[in-house]
Design a protein around this ligand. Structure first.
Ligand code: HEM
Length: 402
């Protein structure tokens, strides 16, 4: 629980050895004009920017890598078995899907309340998603101190740059307390599941994790899986919303493009999950580079999404490109293959709904933040937008959408 991360999970130590904030610039500079797979000493592994190789690695049809995604990693290994991973992913998606369906009408009010007339981003995006999905993370009757804990986890560990806002001892103390509170609740729910038998259905994502893990699951591992969901929802969806809003605000002429194009294009230019770690299963050649199980593979979706051989004007925000069939092979915002994100459809739905409201009911304009780090992305395990301020004014927006 140290910072936000790509697919929702936290940093696992499997990423590049270089400093995170340099990693994106480093890989971009190394790739520039070179081959799509290369060994990078400063990044500490073999980098993949070639779309076909990226899909071969993530798709893993020929068993080229050890079969795992980042989501279920924990401090001591990987939560499993695979059947439990799949069951948890599916149950989580269904729960979120139902919540979004039942609470869609709340969104315009939430946007007005939390974002107008001015809001500070990217935190505003994380907080809006947290508010909207609060009952999914913890059902309303869960103990109040747990609600406080989850809110504090988001403030202190999920928001971009959260780490720098607290001293190391304070972070350590908070981490211990938060993990202990989640652990106690998960044990309570495991005991209840043993004595009460099956409930009618999960009330929140903690029930999903406890139910999917089964009675014998190690509660410490379940805490980590639960935290992956906190990071995936409040973290990753919040950052993805931040990128859509940032692009809208900096390209006002594009605000009338369909929300689905805006969201897809934002996820192309700024994939929140920008780097996937994998380990080769055996010695083999990948894209012309000899790799062994001692190597660390780093699939960089950010570079795949801007590959000049697959995209026209790759660095430009062009929502209209989504009006036609696009090179699907070079688009991996939610991964690819057996470990493709279980929350992709619900994420896109929520993003499109919020972007739809913003472009229909408001005029979105922005100013860079006064802070010196306001210009470029905030690079961590997840790719978060820079700090910026958004002003919402109305009546404006796109008349044809009303
Ligand atoms: C913008 C939001 C999100 C992004 C960009 C994202 C991205 C990803 C990516 C790239 C992966 C694959 C990781 C890998 O192959 O190593 C993944 C896996 C996963 N994601 Fe998401 N995710 C998001 C939101 C969510 C949400 C809301 C959920 C809640 C259901 C979720 C649940 C999962 C699960 C369970 C997996 C593991 C799949 C498996 O290994 O079977 N994600 N996500």
């Amino acid at each position: 629980m140290t910072s936000s991360s790509p697919s929702g999970p936290r940093p696992r130590g499997a990423g590049p050895a270089v400093r995170r904030d340099d990693a994106l610039a480093l890989l971009t500079a190394e790739f520039d004009g070179g081959p799509g797979v290369w060994r990078s000493a400063p990044a500490g592994g073999v980098c993949v920017a070639d779309p076909e190789v990226a899909r071969a690695v993530l798709g893993n049809r020929h068993g080229v890598v050890a079969d795992t995604s980042d989501f279920y990693h924990h401090r001591d290994g990987v939560f499993g078995p695979r059947a439990a991973q799949v069951a948890i992913g599916r149950a989580a998606r269904l729960l979120i899907q139902r919540h979004l369906r039942e609470h869609r009408a709340d969104l315009p009010r939430l946007v007005a309340e939390l974002l107008a007339p001015r809001s500070e981003w990217p935190d505003a995006g994380n907080r809006l998603v947290l508010r909207h999905l609060r009952d999914v993370l913890l059902h309303p009757d869960a103990p109040p101190h747990l609600h406080t804990t989850v809110e504090a986890i988001v403030s202190r560990a999920v928001l971009a740059g959260a780490r720098g806002r607290h001293s190391a001892p304070s972070r350590l103390l908070f981490r211990r307390r938060a993990l202990a509170a989640l652990h106690a609740e998960i044990r309570t729910r495991q005991r209840a599941a043993r004595t009460d038998g099956r409930r009618s259905g999960p009330r929140d994502l903690m029930d999903v994790v406890v139910g999917g893990g089964g009675p014998a699951a190690d509660p410490r591992e379940l805490v980590e899986v639960y935290l992956s969901f906190v990071f995936a929802t409040a973290g990753s969806i919040g950052f993805a919303l931040g990128w859509s809003v940032h692009l809208l605000a900096t390209h006002p002429g594009r605000a009338c493009a369909p929300p689905s194009w805006i969201v897809r294009e934002a996820l192309r230019l700024w994939p929140v999950a920008w780097l996937f770690a994998r380990t080769p299963s055996r010695a083999q050649e990948l894209g012309g580079v000899r790799v062994t199980p001692q190597d660390r593979l780093m699939v960089c979706s950010y570079l795949v999404h801007r590959h000049p051989g697959h995209w026209e004007r790759p660095d430009e925000f062009v929502p209209e490109r989504w009006a036609e069939a696009v090179p699907d092979a070079a688009y991996l915002p939610f991964g690819h293959g057996p470990h493709t994100c279980a929350g992709a459809t619900v994420t896109v739905r929520l993003l499109e709904d919020v972007v739809g409201i913003l472009t229909r009911d408001w005029r979105v304009s922005s100013a860079p933040s006064a802070t010196p780090d306001g210009a470029g992305p905030q690079v961590g395990p997840a790719l978060a937008p820079p700090r910026f301020t958004v002003t919402l004014s109305r009546p404006d927006g796109c008349p044809e959408r009303r």
